[in-house]
Ligand binder design. Structure first.
Ligand SMILES: [Zn+2]
Length: 281
């Protein structure tokens, strides 16, 4: 049976106090809890013209819409990137999370592509953003592995679009092969992993090896079953295989521990923001 919230918070405070290493695993539920909600009012307020024209229902499924032209595709995507990547400042929930772990030996493993961890103050060399970054362009066919900061291009496309199309002159082109460009997020086999991606991956592997031998708390936040092989399953395995590793799982829908880790897992289905605020107050 689930212990009451106060008991779990007390235990969690003790675990964190005792921890030599903390690995934060950040999933889409974390950014949603922070305010980057992809549906409902926020979607309606930002995309009324796209909803009217294409019948879109939310930003998640809209990301898969098969646009007929590059001009339409980039009209949608520039606004999507603008409202989720370039416009939002560091959100309070991410700042609270940083306060909680900043004095620890920490590392962040995340599938989020909105750069909130960077904005909130987490050290870049302690972040591995596995699935990419909305703020970067790449060649759609991955003809070369360089990434391009897209802030200026995105702001212009978002600004100069009309009738759900951008001017043809603004359609981004690969500077090497002249072909289409894409956002650097993992959605097909052409996702570009540049030198910085591989360096971050190696730093994470090193940290992981070290953390296995120490008193480590895994803070898994808003990680569901979209891509469970990146954070959720590895965290369960790490907890199971190492005696001093403990797992904290915050998830509105799937907070449960696997039975093997029941004694080493604390589960929270409560709102992540209120749980973290209670921890630092
Ligand atoms: Zn190319």
């Amino acid at each position: 049976m689930k212990e009451n919230l106060e008991k779990r918070l007390t235990k969690l405070r003790a675990w964190l106090k005792d921890a030599e290493c903390v690995i934060v695993g950040g999933g889409s539920g974390l950014s949603a809890a922070a305010g980057l909600v992809y549906s409902g009012e926020r979607f309606k307020a930002n995309f009324p013209d796209f909803i009217a024209r294409y019948g879109m229902t939310d930003m998640y499924s809209a990301g898969f819409y098969p646009f007929a032209s590059e001009e339409e595709k980039w009209a949608y995507w520039s606004r999507h990137i603008l409202v989720n990547r370039w416009q939002p400042p560091a959100l309070p929930l991410y700042k609270t999370l940083f306060e909680l772990v900043k004095d620890k030996d920490y590392f962040v493993l995340t599938t989020n592509v909105d750069a909130q961890f960077y904005k909130a103050g987490f050290a870049a060399e302690r972040i591995f953003a596995v699935q990419g970054d909305y703020g970067k362009f790449q060649c759609a066919k991955a003809c070369h592995d360089k990434l391009y900061d897209n802030e200026e291009a995105v702001r212009r496309m978002a600004d100069e679009q009309a009738g759900c199309r951008i001017p043809t002159a603004l359609v981004p082109k690969c500077p090497v092969c002249g072909g289409r460009m894409e956002v650097n997020i993992r959605k097909d086999a052409f996702f570009v992993q540049d030198a910085a991606w591989y360096a971050a991956s190696e730093r994470y592997d090193d940290f992981y090896d070290r953390a296995c031998k120490k008193k480590t708390v895994l803070l898994e936040l808003g990680v569901g079953y979209n891509t469970p092989t990146i954070i959720r399953f590895p965290f369960e395995r790490m907890t199971y295989q190492n005696k001093d590793v403990r797992l904290v799982r915050m998830n509105a829908d799937y907070p449960e521990a696997i039975p093997e880790n029941a004694a080493k897992t604390l589960s929270f289905s409560e709102d992540i923001a209120s749980v973290l605020s209670a921890l630092i107050s």
